[in-house]
Write a protein of this length. Structure first.
Lengths: 445, 262
């Protein structure tokens, strides 16, 4: 055979392999940022805060590769080293520009590209909404209008990967991950790295709320964000949050202005945690981890009808000052643990219909420990599923509970029904009047 | 002296580019390689769908004969569809070197088939149509480029392969001293390169070029190196240089580049 046909056949085979095979590779499908008068305003106005955010995104990107490429047996050293590395990135503002996930997680980009498309696109949404709040070219009473546009285009331009606008209460139930064999792995086995994520997920809503209480005028946002950043190093890092804070807790004003955007953030932040759980679980192959991760991404993505639920959340601290760090912010108890507890209670009748009260008490004690980072005395090692199975080996597992990429539909349906019964008729979180621009002076201090 | 003037122009152009930095706001990506920014190597990834980007590579070229040429190539690049990139460029040349082609309009496109997988490389096909609107240009020329990009060792160390085919529809003849030099009808170039992130906001590019040069009988090899730096979310600046090997390649080139999304 002459070289030319051989080359042509080889090229054709390579082209077809690259474009058709979704098991080995995927389409790139990158989408550019949404244009508006506010673009890059946060970078220009709040450079140090952009750098801190960049440090957190270093954590988010790098952690995927750290977990995929290291063995669980090495976790203690890996956890401590990575924690120190992230702190160095954040504290010393190692990157001034928010990185894409691939920049620090190149291996994961090759085996689970859709995960990075999802995260990067939602980080773009974060950036858009920070920019809108920071831009003095967007009048205060137009902030909501521009934010609503950013949400609309976020959902439209990258429909396959956009996060849901429904509250986490619903999307977590939809994903039905609680009894999967990986759930709680990350927080239990990598507590320091996990707490870096929870510092980040304190900082992000605190930054939004700092913008919300200080208005557009010169000096206001600068002062409020400086206070938040100082607080991070003086208090938050020294006494890190023991749970993932939700938008409704720490950015209630922003959540009232744009509940869609607030829910998108919570849904992304939870996806980070679930992705790290899955990637640190060694019981599955890479392909199985990917199948499960893509299932979770789909379950927590935007689905038609999610709009009905956007304001279905409570506001436990409507007047919170993001420049302060009261005990409730650091506590393991809060809105997130409330959601988890509710889900657990909704599932238990299915899995353990005849459980004795003393066993129930022991189970709930294990459950509480599993929700907290690290391992505590008396805590059974492994995931929540491992702990439950060890205590009750005959516990009934629902179809789909253990298999990668499968949804335990009975559990999901029971939990969604439970939510509907408890919260289906709850009043909407009230909208926020944006006609009056706030100032820090009016807010106090 | 021509050399002095050209180097000074290059430095001035660089200063202008750097001077733009505090005002610019763009979204580019320091690891996404475009030919000419700052080396001739291109990776297999297009600009994002919906992106618009202004690019300005400024390339100083010193030939073996001591001629100097500065090429300014203002380019508008955009992503009209997913995985697809189009660009329009009008290169302008100055200096005492051969300025044939200055003012031509170049329309180019790149289609990416996939993001790289664990084993399969990212693959793209690209092409450029050159319309003879410029100096001493005749006939519409075109080129095609086959591009592979693959990372290795679970890192962001990337290897790139570019195979480029050029077609000159109306080869001309150039008198140089007592010699008549005839342009090639078709020619090929092979680029093998490496790129990596060297700091959170900077990347390094290294490549080797082996090419059939424009005139018959001439073959050239060059080593190229460059740095790309993400200055802010929307702006990448780059700087690079190359050294020719053997007798036919350009002796030396230096490039400064700007990419600014808007």
């Amino acid at each position: 055979m002459s070289p030319k046909p051989t080359l042509a056949v080889g090229l054709a085979l390579l082209l077809s392999a690259c474009s058709a095979s979704n098991t080995t590779t995927e389409p790139r499908k990158e989408v550019s940022y949404i244009r508006g008068p506010y673009n890059a305003a946060f970078f220009r106005r709040h450079g140090p805060s952009e750098a801190y955010s960049g440090g957190f995104h270093f954590h988010h990107g790098r952690e995927h590769d750290v977990l995929l490429q290291t063995k669980l047996a090495d976790r203690e050293k890996v956890d401590a080293d990575f924690d120190a590395q992230v702190f160095d990135y954040v504290k010393n503002q190692k990157t001034k520009v928010g990185p894409t996930m691939e920049l620090f997680g190149p291996y994961t980009a090759r085996v689970m590209w859709k995960l990075f498309r999802t995260i990067d696109w939602t980080h773009q949404h974060h950036e858009q909404t920070y920019d809108i709040m920071a831009s003095q070219r967007v009048a205060w009473d137009k902030k909501k209008e521009w934010t609503d546009r950013a949400v609309r285009l976020y959902l439209k331009r990258n429909a396959g990967v956009a996060r849901s606008v429904a509250p986490l209460d619903i999307t977590m139930r939809r994903a039905a991950t609680m009894m999967k064999p990986y759930f709680t792995y990350y927080r239990n086995f990598y507590p320091k790295s996990n707490s870096q994520a929870w510092v980040a997920h304190w900082w992000h809503p605190a930054a939004y709320e700092a913008q919300m209480i200080s208005g557009n005028a010169d000096g206001g946002q600068e002062a409020a964000l400086k206070a938040v950043n100082d607080l991070m190093f003086n208090e938050v890092y020294k006494n890190r949050p023991q749970r993932m804070l939700l938008s409704r807790e720490l950015m209630p004003r922003y959540a009232r202005m744009s509940p869609e955007s607030a829910n998108i953030f919570d849904n992304l932040h939870m996806l980070h945690g679930l992705a790290y759980d899955i990637l640190s679980y060694e019981g599955w192959t890479e392909q199985q981890q990917r199948d499960e991760l893509y299932r979770v991404i789909d379950a927590m993505s935007y689905q038609p009808g999610d709009e009905k639920y956007v304001r279905k959340f409570d506001l436990p601290y409507p007047d919170v000052d993001p420049r302060q760090y009261p005990a409730w912010m650091a506590s393991p108890e809060g809105s997130m643990s409330k959601i988890m507890m509710e889900m657990m209670m909704e599932m238990m009748p299915l899995m353990m219909p005849d459980m004795a009260p003393d066993m129930k008490e022991k189970m709930m004690a294990q459950f509480q420990m599993k929700m907290r980072p690290g391992m505590e005395p008396g805590e059974i090692e492994g995931s929540l599923h491992d702990a439950m199975m060890k205590m009750m080996p005959d516990m009934k597992m629902m179809p789909g509970a253990l298999e990668p990429g499968k949804t335990p539909e009975m559990m999901r349906d029971a939990m969604l029904k439970g939510w509907q019964e408890k919260y289906g008729n709850m009043p909407d979180a009230p909208p926020l009047d944006m006609s009056h621009e706030p100032t820090l002076a009016a807010f106090g201090r | 002296m021509p050399t002095f003037i050209s180097v000074r122009r290059l430095l001035l152009a660089g200063a202008c580019l750097l001077g733009l930095t505090p005002l610019a706001h763009a979204q580019s990506d320091q690891i996404n390689l475009d030919a000419g920014l700052p080396t001739r190597l291109e990776d297999a990834y297009p600009t994002a769908w919906g992106n618009r980007e202004f690019q300005l590579p400024v390339r100083y070229q010193r030939s073996r004969q001591g001629d100097n040429l500065v090429q300014y190539t203002p380019t508008l690049e955009f992503g009209p569809f997913r995985n697809t990139q189009l660009a329009v460029a009008v290169p302008i040349y100055s200096g005492n070197g051969d300025r044939s082609g200055s003012g031509n309009v170049q329309v180019s496109g790149l289609y990416n088939f996939n993001t790289e997988g664990k084993f399969l490389p990212a693959l793209a096909l690209a092409g450029t149509l050159t319309v003879p609107t410029g100096l001493r240009s005749e006939g519409t020329d075109y080129n095609g480029r086959f591009i592979l990009t693959k990372s290795f060792l679970g890192t962001l160390n990337r290897l790139h392969l570019n195979v480029v085919y050029f077609h000159n529809s109306q080869p001309g003849v150039l008198a140089e001293g007592n010699e008549l030099k005839q342009e090639r009808l078709d020619r090929f170039a092979l680029l093998v390169g490496y790129s990596t992130r060297i700091s959170p906001q900077s990347s390094l590019v290294l490549d080797f070029v082996r090419e059939q040069r424009r005139f018959r009988g001439e073959l050239g090899s060059s080593l190229e190196a460059g740095l790309r730096r993400q200055m802010n979310p929307r702006l990448v600046l780059s700087a690079g240089a190359s050294a020719g090997l053997g007798t036919d390649a350009d002796k030396f080139t230096a490039t400064l580049g700007l990419q600014h999304a808007f």
